[in-house]
Design a protein around this ligand. Structure first.
Ligand code: ZN
Length: 116
């Protein structure tokens, strides 16, 4: 897949391992941690799929997962801030193509977007 954000527009790369780490850094607000998680785990189509409870565990503190309510609130806030696509949920965070494109890698199946 060729990466293009528009004719002659420059693009760069990110280190997904660092974004996985940042997603678990409690110093950042939850909405931004979700954005970091999406960047860290996104597949070739910008989908970051998480197994049941995985995202809440990732966002939790001291080994205790974030509550379902707090996880859903954080996702709603991240959508409001356009940090993830409106189709995102706890099972899969999605990055819009104007924010994220990836040249390689296989798509990962997710529970939320079985139609893609
Ligand atoms: Zn998905």
């Amino acid at each position: 897949m060729t990466i293009s954000f528009g004719h002659n527009l420059p693009w760069g790369g990110v280190n997904p391992q660092e974004y996985k780490r940042k997603a678990q850094d409690l110093r950042h607000g939850l909405a931004y941690r979700l954005h970091f998680a999406a960047l860290g785990w996104a597949d070739r189509h910008g989908h970051a799929a998480f197994g049941p409870g995985k995202l809440a565990a990732l966002l939790g503190k001291d080994g205790k997962p974030l509550s379902v309510q707090s996880t859903n609130n954080a996702i709603a806030r991240a959508k409001q801030l356009e940090l993830v696509s409106p189709s995102s949920g706890a099972a899969c965070l999605v990055l819009p193509t104007y924010l994220f494109q990836k040249g390689k890698g296989a798509p990962v199946p997710c529970r939320l977007h079985s139609d893609r």
